[in-house]
Design a protein around this ligand. Structure first.
Ligand SMILES: N[C@@H](CCC(=O)N[C@@H](CS)C(=O)NCC(=O)O)C(=O)O
Length: 308
């Protein structure tokens, strides 16, 4: 039987999206805490150079980016209700993962709030100094403006998001009595804001949002087994990637061609491998390293460019 691993760190909001999902789906998983800044030498053989966090792994299948991780976990748990509301919910999820995430980042990285990242709670630099952290995130941005707005605009946009959310969540979730992928994507930037004492009051004034937040937190994080990077590499080495039907839909490459897959927004490190499958949801490439043997690295189609 193959085991599920999550490579993450406590303060990472996208990791919290996945930890909450693991709780909701009731899954058992192995926790590999990776560093808050690069380098991440035990993760790179698995991810092929993809530098963002989190990364999930099921045996020798590696999932980069929470959009494809969430789909893999729903399949692993045999529960597709997360995607039942369809197009509307996935579009809200994408808007939250980008726009609401930028609002959160603009508010968290302003001078008055940044100290909160380096205190306990959901913040925490994992031991990195403020200076090293800022340098690492500048490398991540690679000259692009990841945040793209002033703190004043972010505060004004947050008021809009929270007012609409407060009038939409009722006694359940965004799309009904069960949570969908949209709830998890809206949840994690608000979780990060609440964990910073400077920003928390901006979120806590919305009573319905707070009750929804409590419902989300009540899912917990699932059954966690503490593990490490060496065990995750050994797991990949011992396993074979799951068989996947070859496809090359809408790309200028054929199965088995060497391709590079790169995020289009930030952290633009290309991952090179042989194309196995390009379909409406994912790009999957096969790679081999001494540390891992054969692995299949999966990316969401949206937000990634495939070149041959
Ligand atoms: N679209 C990506 C975004 C991931 C992301 O931006 N993660 C942050 C941490 S929450 C990150 O990687 N920051 C830089 C780093 O940790 O090296 C996803 O959904 O997974």
């Amino acid at each position: 039987m193959t085991n599920l691993y999550l490579h993450h760190y406590p303060a990472s909001p996208f990791s919290e999206k996945i930890r909450a999902l693991l709780g909701y789906l009731g899954l058992e998983w192995h926790s590999v805490e990776t560093s808050v800044i690069m380098p991440r030498p035990l993760l790179m053989p698995l991810s092929g150079g993809y530098r963002r966090v989190p990364v999930a792994q099921i045996g020798a299948d590696v999932y980069c980016d929470t959009k494809i991780i969430a789909r893999a976990l729903a399949e692993h748990a045999g529960d597709d209700s997360l995607y039942a509301p369809g197009f509307a919910a996935t579009r809200v999820a994408d808007a939250a993962d980008t726009q609401l995430f930028s609002i959160m980042a603009a508010l968290s990285f302003r001078p008055e709030a940044i100290g909160g990242l380096f205190q306990g709670g959901g913040g925490g630099s994992g031991g990195a100094s403020l200076q090293d952290f800022i340098k690492d995130r500048a490398d991540l941005a690679g000259g692009t403006d990841v945040i793209g707005m002033t703190p004043e605009v972010a505060e004004s946009d947050l008021l809009h998001w929270l007012t609409e959310l407060d009038s939409s969540v009722g006694s359940g979730f965004l799309f009904g009595e069960k949570p969908s992928i949209a709830d998890f994507s809206v949840y994690h930037p608000l979780w990060f804001l609440r964990n910073n004492p400077y920003n928390a009051p901006m979120v806590e004034g919305y009573a319905n949002v707070m009750r929804w937040f409590d419902r989300m937190q009540a899912f917990g994080h699932g059954r966690v087994i503490e593990s490490d990077g060496e065990a995750a590499l050994a797991e990949a080495e011992a396993a074979e990637p799951r068989p996947l039907e070859p496809a090359a839909i809408g790309v200028g490459a054929k199965p088995d061609d060497t391709v590079r897959v790169t995020p289009t927004d930030y952290g633009r490190v290309p991952v090179e491998g042989e194309l196995v499958r390009a379909d409406a949801h994912e790009f999957a490439v096969r790679r081999t390293t001494d540390e891992t043997g054969d692995v299949l690295t999966h990316f969401p189609r949206i937000g990634f460019a495939l070149e041959s």
